[in-house]
Structure formats: C-alpha cells, structure tokens
Write a protein that binds this ligand. Structure first.
Ligand code: FES
Length: 91
C-alpha cells in the first residue's frame, strides 16, 4: 500500500528501510533519507511513524541481544551504565 503519495513510498518500503538500516530508525525523516527522498507535504509522517513503531516492535521481539534494533537490550545496557555510574545494585 502506498503510504506517501508524494514520494510513492509503500509500507513495505518503510519496513525494509527499518530492518535494513545500520542505525535504529525512529523518525519518518530518517525513512525519507534512507529512501533517497525528502518530505514534501508531510501528510504521511504519522503513518510512517506508526509503521516504524510496529516494525521495531516485531524486530525487537525477534532479534537477539546485541542487535541495535533490540530495544530491550539497548534499554538494559543504558540501565547497566546508570547503575554503574551511581553505584546502584541490579534489581
Ligand atoms: S504524502 Fe508523504 S510527503 Fe506528501
């Protein structure tokens, strides 16, 4: 389904950009960049953001720890740094 009529971007294009990106994609602007275009009218930004969030959710469940798309692993790493910095014990 085409989600961006200005750039003719489909929902599959968005999912492929999310799964193929080296960095974690969180914003529609990053999708435009990945696909070599830019926002025109901006009406699609909310839909693209929803697809990104859905794609990251399924990836995070499927990915192994250490994958940049694994939000749980990334959050655990941040929490470890906070615990180390403040001398807190793990819960
Ligand atoms: S519909 Fe995507 S920029 Fe216009």
């Amino acid at each position: 389904m085409i989600v961006c009529s200005c750039n003719v971007i489909t929902d599959h294009d968005v999912r492929n950009a999310v799964s193929g990106a080296d960095d974690v994609v969180r914003h529609a602007k990053q999708i435009y960049g990945c696909l070599g275009c830019s926002a025109e009218c901006g009406r699609c930004a909310r839909t693209i953001k929803t697809i990104i969030d859905e794609a990251l959710g399924s990836c995070a469940r499927a990915c192994q720890a250490g994958c940049p798309h694994n939000l749980t692993a990334a959050n655990d790493e941040v929490h470890d740094h906070i615990r180390d910095d403040f001398g807190l014990a793990a819960s």
